[in-house]
Design a protein around this ligand. Structure first.
Ligand SMILES: [Ca+2]
Ligand SMILES: [Ca+2]
Length: 199
C-alpha cells in the first residue's frame, strides 16, 4: 500500500457552517455517458468489478499509463472570482477507486489550480492507490488559491501487471463551498492537517 501521507488544508470554518449547498460540479462524474466532458486518455469499463455506481467507470484499457481530466472554471463551479481571490472557496474533491484482482495497478486523483494564463498555481494529489477489486472512497480538501481561473480535476493510471491498466475511477466529485467571510472561524482555513482515508 501507498504509505504516503497527504497534506490537506482543513477548514474548520466550512465544517462549522458552510454557506453553500454541497453540489458536485463535475459533469458526467460517474462515466455513465462514457468519456463525455472528459479529456485526455482513458476508456470505459462496465464490470469485474461491478461499477461503484450505475453501469460504467473509468479505466485505462490496454495501455501502460493514462491521464483523464475535466477542466472547471469559476463559472462552472458556481463561485465568483472575487471569492476565489479572497481565499474563500474551499474545494472538496475525490472519487471511488478500485483495481482488478490482486494486481497492483495504481490510480491517483489530483486537482490542479491554474491562473488566467494557464500557469499552475498549486496542485494537490491523494497519492497513488490500489485496492484489489474493492471500491474505496478517496477524498481531500483544499482552498483554491487567489488568482485561480481554471481548476483541473484529473486521474492518473499506472499499469504494473497484465496487459490492461486497471486503475479504476467512479463517482468522482468536486464540491466547492464558500467559507464564511469575516468569521473568526475562517482563520482556521489555513491550518494544515493530515487526512488520508485508509481502506
Ligand atoms: Ca458509474
Ligand atoms: Ca493490469
Amino acid at each position: 500500500m501507498n504509505a504516503k501521507s497527504v497534506l490537506v488544508v482543513v477548514s474548520m470554518g466550512a465544517l462549522a457552517c458552510a454557506s453553500a449547498s454541497a453540489t458536485n460540479v463535475l459533469v458526467n462524474p460517474g462515466f455513465e455517458d462514457g468519456l463525455t466532458s472528459w479529456s485526455g486518455g482513458g476508456a470505459i469499463r462496465g464490470g469485474d468489478p461491478t461499477p461503484h455506481g450505475g453501469l460504467a467507470y473509468l479505466f485505462g484499457g490496454a495501455v501502460s499509463s493514462f491521464y483523464t481530466y475535466q477542466m472547471l472554471t469559476p463559472a462552472t463551479m458556481g463561485v465568483s472570482e472575487a471569492d476565489i481571490d479572497a481565499g474563500l472557496v474551499e474545494i472538496d474533491f475525490g472519487g471511488w477507486q478500485a483495481g482488478w484482482g490482486t494486481q497492483r495497478d495504481e490510480g491517483k486523483i489530483e486537482i490542479k489550480f491554474l491562473d488566467q494564463a494557464s500557469a499552475t498555481l498549486a496542485t494537490m494529489d491523494l497519492g497513488w492507490f490500489h485496492s484489489n477489486h474493492t471500491w474505496t472512497e478517496r477524498s481531500g480538501v483544499t482552498v483554491a488559491p487567489a488568482g485561480t481561473r481554471f481548476v483541473e480535476f484529473g486521474f492518473y493510471g499506472l499499469r504494473h501487471d497484465g496487459s490492461n491498466c486497471d486503475a479504476y475511477l467512479d463517482d468522482a466529485f468536486v464540491i466547492p463551498q464558500i467559507l464564511p467571510s469575516g468569521s473568526t472561524l475562517a482563520m482556521f482555513a489555513l491550518a494544515i492537517g493530515a487526512a488520508r482515508r485508509r481502506r
